[in-house]
Design a protein around this ligand. Sequence first.
Ligand code: HEC
Length: 120
Amino acid sequence: MHFIVMLLMGISLHATSASPQYESGKKLYFSKGCNGCHGVTAGGMNQYPSLAYRRKAFLDNKLKEYRAKKASTQLAQMMIPFAIMLKDQEINALTTFLSEYNEEATRQKSNFSIRGDGGS
Ligand code: HEC
């Protein structure tokens, strides 16, 4: 019996332990306002793409392209002012958080609603 309890505790501890990198990426995601467009659960909204569970290398590349003011569409140009303020280590933290996304607790409290339709 004790063994099973310990085992379960071990599993849940493992599931919730996040690296410092992940935690700082999570803070940045909200402090930099990413949630305003990509959603509190990073699941995307309307024309804003979902970011959670995407490949880290893909996300890194995208953010570095935007930071270099490369955006192939008018919609994507919206990202430039947000990417331009990011340091390499912040991009790394953000994409760690997004690619490893594991936030059961926040999944329920998504109450964000977006204004307008982005003019399209
Ligand atoms: C004002 C709205 C807005 C904010 C705030 C915003 N984004 Fe975006 N994001 C967009 C739009 C629009 C696109 C491009 C969609 C497209 O190309 O179809 C995008 C694309 C991306 C992509 C590429 C995804 C893909 O599928 O191509 C990444 C990664 C990304 N954003 C990360 C972030 C991060 C990290 C932050 C916070 C620092 C952030 N975004 C803040 C609107 C926003």
